[in-house]
Design a binder for this molecule. Structure first.
Ligand code: F3S
Length: 280
């Protein structure tokens, strides 16, 4: 089988950095934990556990001698303070793009007294952005559609964006607010890694017989990649591990495209490509 890899695929800068920091810390004698899963990739989380980096879900589980890795999505300022008070070693693996968005949320809140976070409610990154803004003002909304915009909004407000959002979502919300004569200060904190993966996967999906998308089913950016490819390609396989392909048949497929979400490490992509290439 001929296999073509999307130009941008797999672990982004922030995820790779978080993995490197966690693995470096795991070599130290202190017990290393991540607060929540380091990234949305179950295989990586279990590999990390084998290398001595386990997951805890609550700050209360931190004991004095632990090292705690803050994941790439970041945490709320309240959680960061609670972790620091534990006297544990804090390894802050928050992606620098997320940190920039957090600073923007706080600054807009201070400046305008009202902030809209364009992002998925309940996502850890969005919870962090909302919390950063709420430290400075009480008028904070997280939403992804114009239907969710409240009727009563001030004449001026700030907008900050979850790093993985699509630009079209931001543009629609800004255009709607402007129509309502609301002046908006926009900090476009969207990270290119997501759009680069989406654009190159969409382009590739139009020229192949099938697409394999690798990444956690709990990873929203990977699921989105698969959905985008389904718009262009009939056969799309969203898998977490190469072994899921062993029982698949690829009757109509001569050329297979491969892409992977921003939380998928290189070895998982290479394993899939090697397997597909040896199929006749
Ligand atoms: Fe960071 Fe962008 Fe990845 S925000 S974690 S480099 S998708």
């Amino acid at each position: 089988m001929k296999v073509i890899r999307a130009h941008y695929a797999g672990a982004c800068y922030g995820v790779q950095r978080a993995l490197n920091l966690a693995l470096k810390q795991a070599k130290e004698p202190t017990k290393t934990f991540t607060l929540g899963p380091l990234i949305h990739n179950p295989q990586v989380v279990s590999q990390l556990a084998k290398q001595g980096v386990s997951q805890i879900d609550s700050v209360d589980d931190i004991t004095r001698a632990d090292a705690v890795v803050i994941r790439s999505h970041g945490v709320t300022p309240q959680v960061m303070r609670a972790v620091s008070q534990k006297s544990a070693t804090v390894v802050d693996a928050t992606c620098p793009h997320v940190s920039r968005a957090q600073r923007a949320a706080a600054q807009l809140a201070e400046q305008f007294g009202c902030v809209i976070v364009v992002g998925e409610k309940g996502h850890p990154e969005v919870e962090g952005l909302v919390a950063c803004a709420r430290e400075k003002c009480s008028c904070v909304y997280a939403l992804t559609s114009i239907e969710e915009l409240p009727d009563n909004l001030p004449d001026h407000l700030g907008i900050v964006v979850q790093t993985t959002q699509q630009k079209a979502t931001l543009d629609a919300i800004v255009a709607h607010l402007q129509k309502r004569n609301i002046t908006v200060e926009v900090k476009n904190t969207i990270c290119d890694a997501t759009s680069q993966r989406q654009d190159t996967a969409a382009e590739l999906a139009q020229h192949v017989d099938g697409m394999v998308i690798i990444g956690g089913r709990n990873s929203s950016n990977t699921t989105r990649l698969a959905d985008i490819c389904r718009q262009y390609c009939k056969h799309v396989f969203h898998i977490e591990h190469v072994s899921e392909l062993y029982t698949c048949t690829f009757d109509d497929i001569q050329v297979m495209g491969v892409s992977a979400g921003a939380s998928t490490p290189e070895d998982q992509i290479e394993a899939v490509i090697s397997y597909l290439e040896q199929l006749s």
